[in-house]
Design a binder for this molecule. Structure first.
Ligand code: ATP
Length: 442
């Protein structure tokens, strides 16, 4: 099927669709919004949850070398000293002496003048990107804590706890999904870069020397994961970081980049963090974060491979990649060609009209599918059947079930496929089986 090129996808249309259909809303909108923060609506929450569930299923449930974790957002301030974030998680900024706006030097045409008010700028200074807050009732520097800028550190500081509790042998990984916060200087592009976001991270512990091979395996595994759930191959690429670009903890990093409408940008990074974090936390905490290798009878500090992806960025990439407009008679048919596993609503049940004879059977089919608790199922009897199909196409619903007058006679319904628009008649008793075959996870 011929698809639109990504350059033609208009971000404004995606943002408008998200708002209109309850996928993503601007946060605190009745108060004028809060810069680049977003809320997930009834459909968005399903999409985001599907992404996280698939990631968890593929990264934890289906593997025997992975376990999960869910750590607190607030951590001991020493964590960020040990991790290097207090020292290195900084960006150079020039501040306007008049209006106090802060600017990245690379964004300035004239490095001495404020683009907003024309006021004089300071020399660039380093600003930390971590959100600071106070723990306890007294605003005292002794109680400063930070909102975590990555979920990873919670995994490192729990390394021994997990090891002792699970008796895992190397190589093994710990997975976590959770919120992270960064006081980004230039947030933007909808949910691409925000100050509050969610990460899906794996810290995969391996024997030193086996790290490079595992790094390659994880890059491949994660790249294929995006393909499996429908991102088109031509819109994904790998990019290796140059030496000067590497984070302070990394020996090598490969980014999975997506071709967003504004250009290629990072979707997920897979870093070889070496033994940096475990060594540093051993040093700062005084606890020996090591692993006893029975083969060599030695305590070793494992190396770590870290696939780290953003839930919100993945959501945006899946939305953009799925967005399609197709000429249809005089109109344009907007279709979200989401992989069925991601579709926020899997099945819609639609009586042909609000006729009093049709509605009871349609409600019965709807409620019995819903009661299974397996899929998100919607019921809609407003407007013409054609318009309802369009409404479900634009939110990516893979299957619409229509109940018509014939259904009253033969106990069969029509199931319409979103992509081909083909319709088949299926006995009501076989609807569940029909859907099950088509909605089975890959
Ligand atoms: P970028 O260079 O785009 O700021 P990064 O290299 O700092 O990203 P990482 O520290 O590698 O990002 O974080 C891992 C993942 O977390 C990223 O690949 C991205 O998907 C997500 N992420 C990071 N920062 C943000 C943000 N501000 N908003 C949304 N997602 C983010």
């Amino acid at each position: 099927m011929a698809r639109r090129a990504l350059e033609q996808v208009d971000m404004e249309k995606i943002v408008a669709l998200c708002k209109r259909r309850g996928i993503i809303f601007p946060s605190s909108e009745i108060y004028g919004g809060l810069g680049s923060t977003w809320d997930y609506g009834p459909l968005g929450v399903e999409l985001k949850r599907a992404i996280k569930d698939l990631w968890w299923r593929d990264s934890v449930l289906k593997r025997d070398d992975m376990v999960g974790l869910d750590c607190a957002i607030l951590m001991h301030p020493k964590v960020w000293e040990a991790s290097g974030h207090l020292e290195s998680f900084v960006d150079p900024l020039a501040e306007c002496k008049a209006c106090h706006a802060r600017w990245r030097p690379s964004d300035l045409a004239d490095p001495t003048r404020c683009p907003d008010c024309g006021g004089p700028l300071t020399e660039p200074r380093m600003f930390n990107l971590m959100f600071k807050t106070f723990m306890g009732p007294v605003e005292d520097t002794a109680h400063v804590v930070y909102l975590r800028p990555e979920t990873a550190q919670g995994i490192f500081v729990n390394f021994l706890n997990v090891l002792n509790a699970t008796r895992k042998r190397l190589p093994f990984g710990i997975a976590q999904i959770g919120k992270a916060f960064r006081n980004e200087i230039t947030p933007g592009n909808f949910i691409f870069r925000t100050r509050e976001f969610e990460q899906m991270e794996i810290e995969y512990f391996v024997k030193p020397g086996e790290d490079e091979a595992w790094h390659r395996r994880w890059v491949e595994e994660r790249f294929n994961w995006y393909l499996r759930y429908g991102i088109r191959r031509e819109n994904l690429r790998l990019r290796e970081h140059g030496k000067e670009e590497l984070a302070h903890y990394a020996k090598a990093t490969v980014d999975i980049e997506y071709r967003f409408p504004w250009g290629w940008a990072e979707l997920e990074g897979i870093a070889n963090r070496t033994d940096f974090d475990l060594q540093r936390h051993s040093q700062f905490s005084g606890e020996r974060l090591t692993y006893f290798d029975e083969e060599t009878n030695q305590h070793i500090v494992p190396y770590v491979i870290e696939p780290s992806g953003g839930v919100d960025r993945a959501t945006l990439a899946f939305l953009i990649d799925a967005y399609d407009e197709e000429p249809d008679k005089e109109q344009v048919r907007v279709v979200l060609r989401l992989h069925p596993a991601l579709a926020p609503i899997k099945v819609a049940v639609l009586p042909l009209s609000r006729n009093e004879r049709l509605v009871p059977l349609a409600r019965q089919v709807y409620l019995s599918l819903k009661a299974l608790g397996r899929w998100t199922v919607a019921y809609d009897d407003a407007q013409s059947i054609g318009r309802r199909y369009r409404r479900f196409d634009e939110i990516g619903t893979p299957y619409c079930i229509t109940i018509d007058f014939q259904s009253l006679e033969d106990q069969q319904v029509t199931i319409r496929d979103r992509d081909s628009m083909n319709q088949v008649r299926v006995p009501i008793a076989e609807v569940e089986k029909h859907l099950e075959e088509r909605l089975r996870l890959p």
